[in-house]
Design a protein around this ligand. Structure first.
Ligand code: AMP
Length: 283
């Protein structure tokens, strides 16, 4: 596997691959890789000649300095995992390489960034917009792979690609889960076993909401049922549990008989670690 830390030699190599008409699949990550990330890379390998994975903990998308400082950084281990699954290239730039100067550009994603993650993490999606734009310009991938785990991020990036004519096809991949149902996340490394067990109740709450919606078709009652389930766990601090339209993430007021896709989304803090999860479904 090739490892690039600098943009220039990486782009030279990419240019040569393009001359040879190789298609490039791209998986951007913040590292501390787990099976969720690897599932994206495998999917990219199925659909492209070459796969690039980037590992970069992007400071501009963190609204909380402690969260940034505590984010796991395991580049050596990540690099071994990527070698093992035969990823072609790891791009692992430094902060000075990615941000030679503080960006002054500001993104506004409208109503999409006013809810959920956007509402709780001021400036987060601006940082996502900046780093993904930079990475797409550097890599110019044919296809880029993202996890449904960060559904709102995917919709923001879709908007970015549509509005700015990025020439890339986006692929949304399913959420990889532990046996307990807990959505895999780099942040899970900061939880002890007991906290991980507790964290699996976030997915259970979403399943309860889904069942309730299926039976009673009443979003507001289904939301209450999910919140009531979580309220029984003292050490889970719920930030939001929302039933939304999957394409806009705006609150769903009624379940229509058509097959409109619905997103059930949750965010909560356990042991100081912020976790998110979601289910996509229709009725
Ligand atoms: P991150 O390193 O957390 O920024 O994630 C990098 C990419 O991996 C994003 O597109 C995430 O949505 C995706 N990802 C993270 N966790 C999972 C998971 N459990 N299943 C599938 N994809 C995931």
């Amino acid at each position: 596997m090739l490892i690039f830390k600098e943009i220039k030699p990486f782009q030279q190599w990419l240019g040569n691959q393009r001359k040879n008409e190789k298609s490039i699949g791209f998986v951007p990550t913040m590292g501390a890789l787990h099976e969720g990330h690897l599932s994206l890379i495998r999917k990219a390998q199925e659909e492209n000649d070459l796969v690039v994975c980037s590992v970069y903990v992007n400071p501009t998308q963190f609204n909380n300095a402690e969260d940034l400082a505590k984010y796991p950084r395991l580049l050596e281990k990540d690099s071994l995992l990527l070698e093992e699954i035969a990823c072609d290239v790891l791009f692992a730039p430094t902060d000075t390489e990615m941000y030679p100067q503080k960006p002054s550009i500001q993104f506004d994603f409208g109503s999409l960034e006013k809810v959920m993650e956007g509402a709780y993490r001021a400036g987060h999606f601006n940082g996502v917009g900046i780093i993904v734009s930079k990475l797409f310009h550097i890599v110019s991938p044919d296809k880029a792979y993202f996890g449904q785990k960060d559904l709102q991020q995917f919709l923001i990036i879709k908007k970015l690609v549509e509005d700015l004519f990025f020439n890339v096809n986006l692929v949304l991949c399913p959420i990889a889960r532990e046996e307990s149902g807990l959505a895999m996340s780099s942040r899970n490394q900061r939880l002890n076993e007991e906290q991980k067990q507790l964290a699996s109740h976030l997915f259970k709450a979403l399943q309860i909401v889904q069942e309730h919606l299926k039976l009673h078709k009443n979003p507001s009652l289904a939301e209450q049922a999910g919140k009531k389930y979580i309220a029984d766990f003292q050490n889970i601090t719920l930030e939001y549990l929302e039933i939304t339209k999957a394409d806009s993430l705006q609150k769903l007021s009624e379940v229509k008989t058509t097959t409109e896709e619905v997103a059930l989304c949750i965010a909560a803090i356990i042991g100081g670690v912020r976790l998110i999860d979601n289910i996509l479904c229709d009725f």
